[in-house]
Write a protein that binds this ligand. Sequence first.
Ligand code: ATP
Length: 584
Amino acid sequence: MDFSILADAYQRIEKTSKRIEMTKYLVDLVKSTPARDLPKIVYLTQGKLYPDFAGIEIGMAEKMAVKSVSIATGLTDEEINRDLRKTGDLGLTASLELERAAPERKKPLTVDRVYKVLDEVAHTAGPGSAEKKVKLLASLLSNATPTEAKYIVRIVTGKLRLGVADMTMLDALALTYGEGPEARPLIERAYNITSDLGEVASALATKGVSKIRDFHIELGKPIRPMLAERVHAPEEAAEKLGAEFVAEYKYDGERVQVHKNGKRIMLFSRRLENITGQFPDVVALARNSIAATAAILEAEIVAMNPATGDMRPFQELMRRRRKYGVAEAAKELPASVFFFDCLYAEGRDYTGEPYPERREALARSLRIGDAVNLAQNKIVRGTDELESFFEKAVEEGCEGVVAKSTGSESIYRAGARGWLWIKYKREYRSEMTDTADLVVVGGYYGRGRRAGVYGSLLMACYDDKTDTFKSVTKLGAGLTDKDLAELPGRLSPYVLEHVSPRVDAKERPDVWFEPSLVLEIIGAEITLSPIHTCGYNRFREGSGLAIRFPRFTGRYREDKAPEDATTEEEIIEMYESRLRKVAA
Ligand code: ATP
């Protein structure tokens, strides 16, 4: 097939802003494409050569493409750049300059040739690769018409942007190959379970729509994720899901789809990129803890504080998304994995099964260990139960909960956002902008690197009305090795056999202390919490306030007596004032 057919179609698609028209042009294009070229045009139309999960990008910098245009037109780089400053689009510049230079074209470009050359560009690496890429592109442009050149340059530099969404392409494929309205959902399902439009197109063109039913899940190809609707109050969730449903912790990390095929592990992100290389520790955990030989499981990766076992905020996990120093980052911020769904195990597709079956399959497929967990879940009846489960989740460092239907309809709907899953996130939170001085009232033995010392401390504020200390957070972050080594000595004079009568706490630390040592901390925010006693019952029955993600600033406030610590009223005021600002 001549590339000019594709370029002409792009020309038409680019000019319309109506989806119906765009689909019509796509249908015309699909109809005029022979089966063997169809996957190529499907990828090219979205500016790609492969589905996203393959992780292969053409990736040619504009500066290099300028050189190719210069070779094809006989103009200098400066001349091309001067024109580029006017048009702002190297594709357009290439097309205008080729029109002017009118080089002699040997034979028409085919889709196959363009695809092959671009593929070579994508796979060229190592020393001398820049020059080779420039030459490859120039060889295409020298034989391209001005219109063809415009689109080739845009594809190569990642600027095609025709606005053809996956769903529009599926519409065009369904209109061309579907035999009736029932074809569309079947075609969409094939796409949802393979995330590969090219493969779906190829199957339709070569085997016909009747065979699309045979599409099945394949290890190594990500399944498009099921997504949740959102509510702002627990009542709304209960309204949608009925008298009884399940609630799961909504972990604040990165979603991952883990594919295990024998010893091979692959990790895919929510956006279906292959992120296996980013998380060597998760790969190792998955290899050792997925009992099934073949499985596709979904989980949330959460950054952990290695010493305290506390979850860290999402932003810290993002520090692990890097090209270099991957192994160091894994050591500094090890990850825990919280599994929440099973889509496939030992040859069986679970996506059509309801939640309880999938959860059972998930439990069967896993060996739970130190950093490998099943997402906390609970069957809840009514909004009160949901609310207290939610507060427990937030307390432990989660974003909120995902309420999930457990009825017969509760299948895994790949690629769809719907009411079978409902997220309810913390909104009653207030950012913490000021530091607080809190009193150490308890200690927890450390693990790992912190074995033998206190891994974290139970911290309290002061209630001057009752002369008691009320717990408000658990502090682990910000304590240096020196602090950790010194703390047992500093605290030993205050160790008590039981809780001090002046301490009001629901937590049970390993060691109790007489309130004495004051530390300055800064937290990320203040939230409602069922387990801390600061501001208890003040904002909600059965809840107090907690400082989330506290960090020691390094300042021992030895100048302060415990009674000089930040008071309960001050924390309440901090919570309220920020809430007021958010509301305003
Ligand atoms: P958000 O930014 O709220 O996470 P989203 O658009 O990425 O939104 P949604 O489907 O709307 O995704 O919300 C559910 C998300 O919550 C999932 O994508 C997943 O990353 C995360 N998550 C954490 N814990 C769970 C859980 N137990 N079950 C399902 N999803 C969970």
